[in-house]
Ligand binder design. Structure first.
Ligand code: CA
Length: 227
C-alpha cells in the first residue's frame, strides 16, 4: 500500500483529500503545518507528498527546499493558491514535481498522484546506456545523478525518464504528447505545458545559458530534441 503525506492547514481540504485518498486505497498521513510535515518526513516510509505552500509555523516552500537539500527524490505535488499567479520558477527552484491550483477537483489531484507514483517506478529504456554525456555533463541513470564539474544534481525519476527518452531519440524530436504518455504515463493528456515546466527545470541545470539552450532544443510546435 502506497503511503501519502498530505500537508494542508485548511482542515476541510485536508480531511476531504485524506478521506478520498483512503477510499482509493492509499494509506494517508496528515500534517497541519510545516513543523508537523518535517516530523512526518523525518519518520520516513512515505511514497509521495501533497504539499500546500502557505502553512503556519513553517512554509511549504521551506519544507520542500530542505527536503531536496537532504537529497530526497520523493515525488512532491504542490498545492498553490488560486488568487496568485503560479510562480513556476520558484516551484522549480524548490524542487516540486508537479502542482495543482486551488480550487482543484479530487479527480485532478488523483490523476497527478497516480502519474507521479508510476513515474517513481519508471525503469527506463534498455536502449540507452546507464551513463551518457551531454555536453560537459554526465548523466548516470543508475544513480539518478547529473554531474557537471563539481556540481551534482539529483534527478527525480521523472527527469531521468525525460532525459532517457530524449537520449533514446537523440537528434530527433520527442513530442510533448510522447513525454506525457511514456514518462508520465497519462492516457488522458493533461495540459502539455507541464512538459515545458520540466524541460525548463532540466535546462536550468544542464545548459550554460538556459535562455539559449545548446543541448535540449525546442522543436517549435512539436516538442524537444537532444542535440
Ligand atoms: Ca494553506
Amino acid at each position: 500500500m502506497k503511503v501519502i503525506l498530505v500537508v494542508e492547514d485548511e482542515e476541510a481540504i485536508r480531511s476531504s483529500l485524506a478521506e478520498n485518498l483512503r477510499f482509493e486505497g492509499f494509506e494517508v498521513v496528515e500534517a497541519a503545518d510545516g513543523v508537523e510535515a518535517d516530523q512526518c518526513l523525518e519518520e520516513g516510509g512515505l511514497d509521495l507528498v501533497v504539499l500546500d505552500l502557505m502553512l503556519p509555523r513553517r512554509s511549504g516552500t521551506d519544507v520542500l527546499r530542505d527536503l531536496r537539500k537532504s537529497g530526497s527524490n520523493i515525488p512532491v505535488l504542490v498545492l498553490t493558491a488560486r488568487d496568485r499567479e503560479v510562480d513556476k520558477v520558484l516551484l522549480l527552484e524548490i524542487g516540486a514535481d508537479d502542482y495543482v491550483t486551488k480550487p482543484f477537483s479530487f479527480a485532478e489531484v488523483l490523476a497527478r498522484i497516480k502519474a507521479l507514483l508510476r513515474r517513481a517506478s519508471y525503469q527506463g529504456s534498455e536502449a540507452v546506456p546507464k551513463v551518457i554525456k551531454v555536453g560537459d555533463a554526465e548523466i548516470d541513470f543508475g544513480a539518478f545523478t547529473l554531474k557537471k564539474g563539481e556540481e551534482i544534481y539529483n534527478l527525480s525519476p521523472l527527469e531521468a525518464g525525460m532525459l532517457q527518452l530524449l537520449a533514446e531519440r537523440r537528434g530527433r524530436a520527442v513530442t510533448r504528447e510522447e513525454f506525457l504518455r511514456k514518462v508520465w504515463g497519462y492516457s488522458v493528456l493533461p495540459d502539455t505545458r507541464t512538459v515545458d515546466f520540466h524541460v525548463l527545470k532540466l535546462r536550468r541545470f544542464l545548459e550554460a545559458d538556459p535562455a539559449r539552450p545548446r543541448h535540449i532544443l525546442t522543436v517549435h510546435g512539436v516538442g524537444y530534441r537532444l542535440a
